[in-house]
Design a protein around this ligand. Structure first.
Ligand code: ACM
Length: 519
């Protein structure tokens, strides 16, 4: 009898296991439960779902074909669907995703969107194409993580129904890549841009020159790249972007609604230029190329007119290649420049940038110069300088090293990274608010947030991904989501549910113990 019972129990267990394992994956129906990063402003659920099939049509208003095609292209690899993109006047009655501009919803501003999902279709409206692009990122996150796979997956491609209304808190949501300490290929840079775009970031700051390497071709000063670009930290071969390659990066970013900010750091952090042209040195002698990691030892000769001619040539070529409004002139850690020389230097650099129709950005030290209300100052180290900038009416980019530097180690066991500012675990990187971090710096003084990745210890894409992910998702959320919806306890659960998605995106992210990663 005992044996019979046991056998029956075993059979029942096998049957139940079999039945459950043969169930189709459950369709999501509660939109409010969808893990999204950044968290939208508002989400309302209606309890059903929309299924994407090979018969779904991507419909667009005239002029929005590119955004529609971007969506169809993103969906194609994992679903295997080659969805048609149709230009229409109004949405069909079913089986559609419809992208249109309404242009009259002030609350959504330039980057917001409204996403309405019903059984029959998906309606996406925005004031500007950027908003549609961000809505597409949300749609992708509402689909199973395997949508990010590069190969066809057996998926049930359903989205829970309801309405999402969403717009960013800050108009500037950026990250920086230092391509000077170590050089990264155009392919790596494009991947970085794609990964930023997936989380609605819109500014990519390229740190193009430093002591260890000059990375952008300047036709009038060719030795900058042939000599100054020929090495990197540790003595590797370095590299540089031709102007055509830079223009290609700019276009790639533009197609993803990302503005490129090029930085030529000066008057310090200039050894690569000083090694390439003897006339830029006060003693007229070229320096040696440098492959170490010290800072603060180099300076342009601020008393020589050729220095300003040089800057004018560089900014002129760079401005012509850069459609965005900004040129970043660095200005940090100019310890080898006398203060009485530093301030007039920054003033002249600002005039040069403006003479080429661009707005100057500088690191926080530049706040001491004669900056104006249209300049941006990037807070990295000194809140007093930042407050000085605020006093002059300038807006701040918030990049406090202790909170937002992506090159800081997570903890003392991190395989790469530095810790001169702090160890920045995933929670530390998330739990701060740009508008309350420093007394005297308010939300209205801040244009946004940027997370910089300095590359002294970063040599390849695996290294980049290890330091940048998952922290970048937190910075994306700080930049986009209202402070009122941000909370570590709920964020860490959402982030944990992104493990599968980041795996599908082939991101080699750091599996922090502070996050409950979903299997
Ligand atoms: C900086 O980290 N020197 C801006």
């Amino acid at each position: 009898m005992q044996i019979l019972k046991l056998t029956f129990f075993c059979l029942a267990t096998v049957l139940v296991t079999f039945l459950f394992s043969c169930q189709p994956p459950e369709a999501p129906t509660d939109l409010t439960q969808a893990p999204l990063i950044p968290q939208p402003v508002s989400v309302e659920a209606t309890g059903t779902s929309f299924e994407l099939t090979d018969r779904t049509v991507v419909c667009v208003q005239e002029g929005l074909e590119n955004v529609g095609q971007y969506l169809a292209d993103k969906l194609a690899p994992a679903t295997g669907f080659e969805l048609a993109v149709k230009t229409v006047d109004k949405a069909p009655s079913k089986r559609y995703i419809y992208l249109s501009l309404s242009g009259d919803n002030a609350e959504l501003s330039n980057e917001g969107y409204e996403l309405a999902i019903s059984k029959n279709g998906v309606n996406i409206t925005a004031n500007q194409p950027a908003g549609l692009f961000y809505a597409i990122q949300t749609v992708l996150q509402l689909l199973p993580a395997s949508i990010e796979s590069g190969e066809k997956q057996a998926g049930l491609w359903k989205l829970a129904s309801g309405t999402i209304k969403d717009f960013p808190t800050y108009s500037f949501r950026g990250s920086m890549l230092d391509v000077s300490r170590h050089f990264f290929s155009v392919g790596d840079v494009k991947r970085y841009i794609d990964l930023m775009a997936a989380f609605k970031m819109n500014v990519f700051h390229l740190h193009l020159s430093d002591d260890q390497g000059w990375r952008i071709e300047i036709k009038k000063w060719p030795n900058l790249t042939t000599h100054g670009g020929s090495t990197e930290v540790g003595g590797g071969e370095g590299g540089f972007y031709t102007q055509e390659e830079y223009a290609d990066i700019v276009k790639y970013a533009q197609d993803r609604f990302i503005t490129i900010i090029p930085e030529i750091d000066m008057p310090g952090h200039t050894n690569a230029a000083l090694a390439s042209y003897p006339e830029l040195n006060c003693d007229g002698k070229a320096t040696e190329l440098y492959t170490g990691t010290e800072v603060g030892f180099s300076s342009f000769c601020t008393s020589k007119e050729i220095t300003y001619q040089f800057i004018d040539d560089v900014v002129s070529e760079l401005a012509a290649l850069t459609p965005g409004p900004y040129i970043h002139i660095g200005g940090d850690e100019s310890h080898a420049t006398k203060k009485e020389d530093y301030l007039p230097f920054v003033n002249r650099a600002k005039e040069i940038v403006e003479s080429h129709g661009k707005i100057m950005i500088g690191w926080d030290e530049t706040a001491q110069a004669e900056i104006g209300a249209n300049n941006l100052v990037q807070l990295w180290n000194n809140a007093d300088f930042a407050k000085e900038a605020v006093g002059k009416g300038a807006k701040l980019i918030m990049s406090p090293a202790t909170k937002s530097y992506l090159d800081m180690q997570y903890d003392s066991t991190s395989r790469i990274g530095l810790h001169w500012a702090a160890y920045i675990e995933v929670d530390t990187g998330y739990i701060w608010d740009p508008a309350t971090l420093f007394p005297g710096i308010e939300k209205e003084n801040i244009i946004g947030i940027e997370a910089p990745l300095w590359s002294e210890t970063v040599t390849n894409m695996d290294d980049i991904e290890y330091l940048v992910f998952p922290r970048l998702l937190g910075y994306a959320e700080i930049g986009w989501s209202p402070a009122t919806v941000r909370d570590w306890e709920t964020y860490k659960i959402r982030l944990g549910q992104f493990a599968e998605r980041m795996d599908a995106m082939e991101i080699g992210f750091y599996r922090s113990k502070s996050v409950p990663w979903a299997e």
